[in-house]
Design a protein. Structure first.
Length: 536
């Protein structure tokens, strides 16, 4: 079986891996050094977003945090992240107190840049620890001389050197690393049969960044099914009388306590509606200025194509076509020209429908923690494909946990490689300056070659990683990059239709991500019931 060759995710590997951590330390130190070298690179408006949040939480009373609007970059993360910024601000004042003034918009002194960059690097220590915990859950062959045949080593490389995290956090600028670390640590605790710790970590994560609500159904269903119910029937179904009220109350107490600590001060101040309005701003529109590569990118592209065809065939009047509304770089509400316009409720319904099969599969055929992880990834992908105002960076929410499955079987490895390659390529538009062009190409090339080679070596006896069409799709990213970065800017169309490279990138990557999502669903429903975990 592929799992025997690769690495089953298993708590039993902890002692085998713990004593062989020299290569892990080397990988961690190497990527940390690379992050330091990226300090002088371009940073996006997210840099100013977080500087402004430092200023808000440091300079203003708590009662004004979610009302302050001097800058357009208002505080729109849950309270625990606000307190995180508050804690950072007390260190930031020793670097440059000017960065902590609300009126100092777009302030970016050298010390401010150093502080913010190093704050991301240092908080990534949590991600490194979480990656180590995940590697200790991998049951693979440690006796192989070649490191590239050790599942734990491959997983460490896939996580620590993840291209997406490197450019989003350490060039573009965000704090996804330590947040992803909390998520991975929560997943590891689930595999280590420590469900209450897993629930605690996930509750904390939700109160740091609410985008993780996307994967909450996987946690809720699995904890209820496999923790609150203590026994199963011979056919694998739940024995309803085995429901443990004590376990349920313990779980509820942990989750509610975290939310009470996080939101309690704002409930006391009567500001809960204001906080929620900041967390869920539905007036931002269906898509971001650069379309995330999901179903709505394909939908928007189809609407554009139909509108052009309609005008050419004189079925539509040019005045009825809304030009530039979806591609002008603005974040706003808009209406489609031909296809029905999409509302937040429509995206919610589509999202629920997309994740429902995975949740039902987790309930009726749980297959232990590995089934939970598969459901979590499907929830992340379903929400990415159909969610409202999804950012392209949200694909990391699926890529990182899928890394754990990638070393467990050749089919999952193939799905991972396609999803990761398409998802990472879709992040290229985040770095649009000429100076960063060779950096992003080189870093992605290194990570992609490592991923393909290591997974191919790991599963060389189980079959090919990609079939012919899949390999052709991945190779198609090379001419796509040449077209978007070099050829198209030299044409006369660049002035009239500047959005075409972004549209092509979104649509092409959306096809690969949608394909990976469908294949993962097929894999989830096609696996034998008791292959991975006979008890659950």
């Amino acid at each position: 079986m592929a799992a025997a060759r690769g690495g089953n995710v298993d708590i039993g590997a902890r002692s085998r891996v713990a004593g062989d951590g020299g290569w892990f330390v080397t990988l961690a130190l190497g990527v940390t050094l690379l992050k330091c070298l990226l300090i002088p690179t371009y940073h996006s408006t997210d840099f100013e977003v977080h500087r402004n949040w430092l200023a808000i939480t440091h300079s203003l009373p708590v009662s004004r945090w979610y009302y302050e609007a001097t800058s357009e970059w208002t505080l729109d993360y849950p309270p625990l992240f606000a307190w995180f910024e508050y804690a950072l601000s007390h260190v930031a004042r020793y670097f440059d107190p000017e960065m902590l003034k609300v009126l100092n918009l777009n302030y970016a002194s050298e010390n401010t840049i150093l502080f913010q960059r190093f704050s991301v690097i240092l908080t990534d220590l949590l991600f490194i620890y979480a990656a180590r915990q995940c590697c200790q859950c991998i049951n693979g062959r440690k006796d192989r001389r070649d490191l590239l045949e050790r599942p734990a080593f491959i997983l460490a490389g896939l996580l620590l050197w993840n291209f997406g995290l490197l450019i989003v956090d350490h060039i573009h600028f965000q704090y996804n690393g330590f947040l992803s670390g909390i998520m991975l640590l929560s997943i590891a605790r689930m595999f280590q049969k420590r469900p209450l710790e897993s629930a605690l970590l996930f509750a904390v994560l939700l109160n740091f960044k609410h985008i993780y609500l996307y994967i909450a159904p996987a946690y809720g269903v699995y904890l209820l099914r496999s923790y609150c119910f203590t026994m199963i029937n011979a056919n694998g179904s739940v024995r309803w009388r085995s429901f443990s009220l004590l376990r349920f109350l313990a779980l509820a107490f942990i989750v509610l306590s975290v939310f009470a600590i996080s939101f309690g001060p704002f409930i006391y101040l009567g500001q809960l509606p204001q906080v929620l309005s900041r967390l869920f701003p539905f007036k931002r529109g269906l898509c971001h200025a650069y379309w995330a590569p999901n179903f709505w990118a394909l939908y928007n592209a189809a609407d554009k194509a139909l509108s052009v065809i309609g005008v050419k065939m004189q079925l539509l009047s040019p005045a009825s076509v809304r030009t530039g509304s979806m591609t002008g770089g603005l974040v706003q509400e808009f209406e489609h020209s031909v296809l029905p316009s999409v509302t937040p409720m429509a995206t919610l319904i589509c999202t629920l429908i997309s994740i429902l099969p995975s949740v039902l599969c987790l309930w009726f055929r749980p297959r232990g923690p590995q089934g939970f992880l598969r459901c979590l990834i499907l929830c992340a992908l379903g929400s990415f494909m159909f969610g409202w105002h999804v950012h392209e960076k949200a694909i990391l929410l699926a890529i990182l946990p899928l890394s754990v499955l990638a070393v467990s079987g050749v089919k999952d490895a193939g799905i991972y490689f396609i999803l990761t390659t398409a998802g990472h390529f879709s992040l290229f538009p985040l770095l649009f300056t000429p100076e960063e062009l060779p950096i992003k190409i080189l870093l992605m090339a290194i990570f992609t070659v490592f991923s393909f080679h290591s997974l191919t070596v790991l599963f060389r006896k189980e079959g090919r990683l990609l079939n012919g069409m899949e390999a052709l799709y991945v190779c198609g990213l090379i001419p796509m990059e040449l077209l978007c970065e070099i050829i198209y800017p030299l044409t006369s169309w660049q002035q009239r239709l500047p959005f075409i490279p972004l549209l092509l990138t979104s649509v092409y990557c959306a096809l690969g991500i949608a394909y990976s999502w469908i294949r993962l669903y097929i894999s989830a429903f096609g696996r034998p019931l008791l292959t991975l975990n006979k008890r659950q």
